[in-house]
Design a protein around this ligand. Structure first.
Ligand code: ATP
Ligand code: LTN
Length: 335
């Protein structure tokens, strides 16, 4: 099927190469990509320009970008059927982001919780990119006339602002952008930190707080054994009073495909040690084949470079069409 075929709606999502991909990224986002890929024309971006909003070590950023490309494929996404590419390889992202900056308001951007959180955590580097982060994300999505965006719950607000910007622009210039819908399954949309289950699991947090997709089995077991729970001893879902245990049940059901109730029932009468072992077994079972495929892929740097180059060209051809339309609509002389 050609990239410009209109038979299927477009799906877009992205992940930042800002660290080691963690289990929350997998359960909240990546895993859903593979479920949806057949029904959509999909683009999966490596959001490297977004990663620059927090200071990165250049060599590490390059390596993490290759790792993420390999992980997308290792998790089951077909790089021929889908467009897996690097955001910075397609200049239209930065170009559309500039235009959309002129249609976004300081007030709405200053209400974004990710901006507030990250500026509190990186108080020595509250840069303008951190503030306009959602505008670049809107550009990513709107460039491809996207219908659906699978993300974790933490990105809901960014999807809302994307829709607002698209509607505002369409209101001024006619139907230029498709207005996208988020895809956020409720049950597994927010995996929490193992060391502080009131905060979301995040790859830029301390290593003990998350399970990386590439963690070895003994590391996974150790991190889960040390996961914060409570002193009650009863295995049940109660996010307010038992955030740690609830999180472990969510991870277990995310890995096994059981509902939370089924996961609890399978552990009736057991203690937290057994719950943690069951979670570790399930996580290791899912991650082992992914890690094996990843090792083969990461060893073949030429193949990865070729995938990213070819797919950047495919993405650029699609993006250029929307960008030209936008330039024309706002009155930029096109010759
Ligand atoms: P960073 O810590 O660098 O901000 P992150 O770990 O939050 O990164 P992103 O690259 O921002 O990861 O997110 C990629 C995708 O994973 C997004 O769709 C996001 O909603 C989802 N995601 C991230 N963390 C979680 C989580 N703890 N639970 C569920 N989904 C998550
Ligand atoms: N901001 C997202 C990553 C991201 C994204 C996107 C997600 C960048 N561009 C476009 C969906 C669609 C995040 O998870 N922090």
């Amino acid at each position: 099927m050609s990239d410009t075929s209109t038979a299927k709606p477009v799906l877009y999502s992205g992940i930042q190469p800002s660290g080691s991909i963690q289990l929350g990224n997998y359960i909240g986002a990546l895993r859903n990509f593979t479920k949806l890929e057949k029904d959509y024309r999909c683009l999966f971006g490596i959001a490297d320009l977004h990663a620059l909003t927090v200071r990165q070590e250049p060599a590490a950023l390059r390596k993490q970008t290759q790792q993420l490309a390999a992980l997308y494929i290792a998790c089951g996404l077909d790089p021929d059927a889908n467009i897996i590419y690097c955001q910075s390889h397609v200049p239209a992202h930065a170009e559309l982001a500039w235009v959309l900056n002129c249609y976004s308001y300081m007030g709405e951007l200053s209400r974004m919780t990710q901006y507030k959180d990250k500026s509190a955590r990186h108080s020595d580097n509250i840069n303008a990119g951190l503030f306009t982060y959602p505008v670049l994300m809107a550009a990513d999505i709107l460039l491809y006339q996207t219908s659906v965006v699978p993300v974790g719950a933490d990105q809901k607000q960014h999807l809302e602002i994307t829709r607002d910007i698209a509607q505002r622009f369409n209101g001024l210039y006619g139907d230029v952008f498709e207005v996208p819908e988020p895809y956020i399954p409720k049950e597994t949309a927010r995996i929490m930190s193992l060391t502080d289950p009131t905060r979301k699991m995040s790859k830029s947090d301390s290593e003990e707080s998350y399970i990386a997709l590439l963690d070895a089995p003994d590391v996974i077991r150790r991190k889960l054994r040390r996961a914060v729970t409570d002193s009650e001893g009863e295995i049940r879902v109660d996010p307010d009073n038992k955030p740690g245990v609830t999180n472990l049940i969510t991870i277990l059901s995310g890995m096994t495909g059981q509902t939370a109730e089924e996961a609890c029932a399978s552990l009736a009468g057991k203690g937290y040690g057994e719950l943690k072992d069951a979670v570790a077994d399930a996580v290791i079972e899912v991650l082992t084949p992914i890690q094996q495929r990843y090792q083969q892929l990461i060893a073949d740097k030429d193949y990865l470079a070729q995938v990213l180059n070819t797919n950047a060209e495919r993405a650029a051809a699609l993006a250029r069409r929307t960008l030209r339309k936008v330039y024309k609509k706002v009155g930029l002389y096109q010759g």
